[in-house]
Structures are given as C-alpha cells and as structure tokens.
Design a binder for this molecule. Structure first.
Ligand SMILES: Nc1ncnc2c1ncn2[C@@H]1O[C@H](COP(=O)(O)OP(=O)(O)OP(=O)(O)O)[C@@H](O)[C@H]1O
Length: 192
C-alpha cells in the first residue's frame, strides 16, 4: 500500500537550555497509509498542535524527517506543502480571509493547487460549483456568496473552512477539533 505520511524520529524542544525548557515531541514515529484515519489524543500541552504544525510546515523539527508520498518535505515551505495538506483549525477565525467574501475565499481554495494564479472574477460555471458544494452544508451559504466571511457565525465559518480545506482533495487532512464551533447536528453532517 502507498504510504501517505511518514514521520521519522521527530523531536522538538521549546526554550532549550532555559528553566522554561519543554520537550514537546520526543522522537515521534508515525506511518499513515492511504485511507487511514487516526485520532491524536493528549492532555493540554501534550504536543498535538506542535505535531500538526510540523506536519504542515509551520514549524521545523529540531531533528527528524517528514515524508509525504515518499518525498522528504521536512524543509519544504508551508505554502508548497499546502497543495498536499488540508488543515482545519479549532479556532473558526483561522483558515479563512475575513475581509474577503465567501466566493473569494472559495476561489482561493479552488486555485490552491492550480498552476495559474488567482484570476480576478469568477466564471458562471465556477460560481455554480461553489453554490453546489455550499448547498451540501445545509447552512444557506449558497445564497450569500458575496457576504464577507468575517461576518459569518463561528460555526458557519468553521464549516466553510472545512469545505475550503477539502476542495482540492489533499492527500492528508489535518483536523484540529474541527467541529468545536458547530452544533451537534451540523457536526455530524460535516463529519459524514
Ligand atoms: N512557540 C512556543 N514557545 C514555547 N513553548 C511552546 C510553543 N509552542 C508550544 N509550546 C509548549 O509546548 C508544549 C506543547 O504545546 P502544544 O500546543 O503542541 O500542545 P497541545 O497538545 O496542542 O495542547 P492543547 O490541547 O492545550 O491545545 C506546551 O507545553 C506548550 O506550552
């Protein structure tokens, strides 16, 4: 089976050599195959966000390697990795551009792994696609394409950010309590 993610001896210390020193990740190994679904559980400060940040390229490990689809990406920028990794944050304010409209946010997500840069304006066909995927959320957002994302409720925004993270079918989806801002019915809908 094709390996999607391989973490090899990932180690990360914060404030090394000070009284505040914290070993957040101590030689972590993890191998995920296509289709694997893994839940990371740990108490506050256990290192879960640090692990997500190292996989997505926000942080560098002190030593160890991150491999995606057989390629060493340890030093690849977060931007370049984002073509392969979708991420949804616990904080519904993260992961979207609040001053831009729903349509503009979706256009950015859609163009993420395309060669061409974002074109100004959205074609009729593209708008229909956006409306179709928004309808599946059952939040009525398909009728609010020109609404600024910063004005959406926390749950609406979290649902939108999940949609944006999955738009380009990334190899890996990192979900950090991605339903924290959603009501139970909506959380179930989104998860399924
Ligand atoms: N930039 C940083 N500078 C210093 N210490 C940090 C930094 N980032 C994380 N830490 C420390 O590393 C440890 C792991 O933090 P991390 O955020 O990964 O935990 P977590 O498991 O995601 O916690 P929570 O469930 O509370 O969100 C914590 O002790 C934290 O204080």
């Amino acid at each position: 089976m094709r390996l999607v993610l391989h973490l090899n001896q990932i180690h990360r210390v914060f404030n090394e050599g000070t009284s505040d020193e914290k070993i957040a990740l101590d030689n972590i190994n993890l191998t995920l195959d296509k289709g694997d679904f893994v839940t990371v559980i740990g108490s506050n400060g256990a290192g879960k966000s640090t692990l997500m940040n190292i996989i997505s390229g926000v942080l560098l490990p002190d030593h160890g390697q991150v491999e995606l689809a057989g390629r060493d990406v340890t030093y690849m920028t977060e931007y370049n990795r984002s073509k392969m990794i979708g991420r949804v944050f616990q904080d519904p304010m993260a992961g979207t551009a609040p001053s831009m409209t729903i349509e503009e946010n979706l256009a950015i997500a859609y163009s993420r792994n395309k060669r061409r840069s974002l074109r100004i304006g959205v074609t009729k066909k593209r708008r229909e696609l956006f409306q179709e995927v928004l309808e599946a959320l059952n939040l009525g957002l398909e009728n609010r394409l020109n609404a600024k994302v910063g004005l959406l409720s926390g749950g609406e925004r979290q649902a939108l950010s999940l949609l944006m993270a999955t738009f380009t079918e990334p190899s890996i989806l990192l979900l950090d309590e991605h339903t924290a801002a959603l009501d139970p019915a909506r959380a179930e809908l989104i998860t399924n």
